[in-house]
Structures are given as structure tokens and as C-alpha cells.
Design a protein around this ligand. Sequence first.
Ligand code: GLR
Ligand code: MG
Length: 431
Amino acid sequence: MTDLTITDVRLTPILVADPPLLNTQGLHQPYTPRLIIEVVTADGITGVGETYGDAKYLELARPFAERLAGRQVSDLNGLFTIADSVSVDASRVDHQVDVGGLRGIQSADKLRLSVVSGFEVACLDALGKALGLPVHALLGGKLRDSVEYSAYLFYKNAEHPPGVPGERDDWGAALAPAGVVAQARLFHERYGFESFKLKGGCFPPDEEIAAVRALAEAFPGKPLRLDPNGAWSVETSLRVAAELKDVLEYLEDPALGTPAMAEVAARAGVPLATNMCVTTFAEIPEAFTTGAVQVVLSDHHYWGGLRNTQQLAAICRTFGVGVSMHSNTHLGISLAAMTHVAATVPNLHHACDSHYPWQSEDVLTERLTFDAGHVTVSDAPGLGVTLDPDKVARLHRRWLDPAYAHLRDRDDGAAMRVLDPAWVTPAVPRW
Ligand SMILES: O=C([O-])C(=O)C[C@H](O)[C@@H](O)C(=O)[O-]
Ligand SMILES: [Mg+2]
């Protein structure tokens, strides 16, 4: 009989290369923090998980890990009990939109759930390996053999600011419609993506409308999305919707907050998606009863794991609200986890977001691949990925290096101020 007792938990914070991508708050840092979680059983089976790596998550993950030892990897419900026992420092909770991540307001519960998710994935990976079952089987079984992802287009500088150490990339700059279309073509050529999302909120709306129009011309009939992360007023959102409704699959978080989204949704004539106003179960009733959103972008990291993602999808189904998937910067462990859970969600009718193509570094022995924009659902035991200890160690050494210590917390505004010392995170609505 397999012994599922957890005997060791390893937490390894790392810094991962990230290109100079723009969003409404600023610029991506050259390196972004992630946390790699390893859960080891009495039989020597190791399960891996991944989540945010900023200090506010590490300070919860450490006591969480201590409380995990001696429990069973199969005790997934118990993870939430442990989370409730970990106290969140009041200074970490400001109920403001995060300075790096743009995934709604920061609450104590969301911080806890973001930590639970990494441990849940690690436990599922270990459990799957112990039982010889893929993670999707532990979630009830896959409904599809592959999961479709969309190209996640960003306005982008060619390089990180002068004097800032960072990895070079071969994507080039994208600061106007021609650059955005060139980037989309590269995404299509390299990965076969057939649907395209542009991260907006960076330039005046007319410029972003022009970029989406150019995409529509270059990729006729392909699903397009625009996501300004709540940077627009209701009036601006309605104007953009009127200009683009013939080509948009959905408009993502045009305005900030459920009441503003509800006002836009009532008159936009195009579905609204969100990963900002519905980010917790508590935010669902107001958003769904006011018709504020038509598609919820789930994200197992901050919803509290793969099983909570399934619960979210079931609630969306009940209310006739669509579901798809949001992504922040992540590595292959999370892409594998996203793919397993996405494979089990019946009402997944939109391609999922993933930052993975932007990440030139990973901690796996073998990168996951996109084929015609799809990731194959692995049937190997657990997640079906293998951690490369040398890669983990290298990225951890970077995290330990005092020269990079200022990057241990993601802060897109701070990264932008290196380029433009006068930069302040724009007040919302920005336009
Ligand atoms: O869909 C979204 O809102 C995001 O993916 C938020 C991210 O933080 C993205 O804007 C980024 O990484 O700059
Ligand atoms: Mg979004």
C-alpha cells in the first residue's frame, strides 16, 4: 500500500526572465518572481507546484509548508483548513489592484488562495504519480485531448531600459499597429495560435482601436480580444465597443469594478470578460445578477486551485456565463496544471490565455509545446512534467543574488520608472 504521508516540503523562490512588456500600470521587470513548491511523500514521490513568488506569498507559503508535513497528499480539502490558520499581515491587504498582476483587488483570502493553489497542484501531482493516474483523471477525467490557447499580444519595447540587466529576446518592438500585427504573425508562425488577445490600456484608445482593426485585417474572421485592465471610463468603453464590436470575440475588463462593467455590458453589444471584477466567489453574486460579465477568466492560482476552478466553472454554467482562462507570467508546471483542469471543464468555449511563449526560461527538463495553438493533455501520471533541479538551482541563485534583490517583488510601476522617472501609476479611469 502506497504511503501518501508528506514527509518533506521544499520551497524554492526563483527569478524568471521576462521581456519588456507594457501594461496600463507600467512595464514588466526583466525578471519576475515565482515560487516552486515540491511536496515529497514517505515513499519518495515528489509532486511539483508553482505560484506567485513575491514576498507576500512567500511569507504565507513558509508557515503553510510547516503545517503540511505529516498530512496526506490526498487531503486536498485540508489545504483550505491550513490556509485559514495562516495569518495574513494586515499591511499586505489594501483592497487595491495589485501593483504587478492586474488580477483584481488584493484581499487576505486571495493571498491565501494563491498559496493554496501551488500546494494543491503539487499534492495532485504527487497523488497522481503515486496512483499512476494523470491529474485530469483525479479531477474526474478529461473531456478533450488538447486545450486551445490564444496568442497573448503585448505592446512591447525592443529591450529593457538601458543599464538594466536582462535577457535579450527576438520578438522586437511593438508600439503601433504594424508592430502588433508583426508580433501576431510571429505567434501564429511559431505556435499556430488562431485567436489573439491584445493587452491594452497602454496608449490612447484610438491607437488601440487601430491596432485591433489591423489585426482584424491581417487575420480575417479570427477571434480577437482587447484587454485594457479597467483603464477606461464607461463612456470610453462604450465608444471602443461601438468601434470594434464587429470584430471582437469579447472585450476584457474595459472599465474597473462591477457597477461600471454592468453599465458597459448593458449597452456595449459585445460580451464582456473579466479577470478583475470577478476574482473570488464572493464577487460572483453582484456581477452575475447585474449582468456585468459574460465570460469569467478563471485562474487556478488565485481562485485556490484546480478543484476551485471546476467549481467556478459549474457556477458559470448555472448562470449561463461563459468561462475561459486568465494568465500572469508562469512556467511549464502551471501550463500543465492549467491544461489538466481546462480539459475537464465542459463549458470551455474560448481559447485560454497563457504567457508561456514569453518565458524563454523554464524549470522543466522539457518545455511544453503548442501545436496549432493547442497543448496536448498529458496522460502520464501526475502533471506529466519533470523538474530539472539544475535549472531550478540556477534561477534560485539569481533570486539569492543581492544585485537582483529589488526584483523579488513584481512592481510594473517601478520598472517603468527606470525608463521614465516621472511615471506614476495612472489614476483610473485613465481615458
Ligand atoms: O488578463 C490580464 O488582465 C492579465 O493577464 C494581467 C497581467 O498582469 C498582464 O497584464 C501582464 O502581465 O502585464
Ligand atoms: Mg485581463
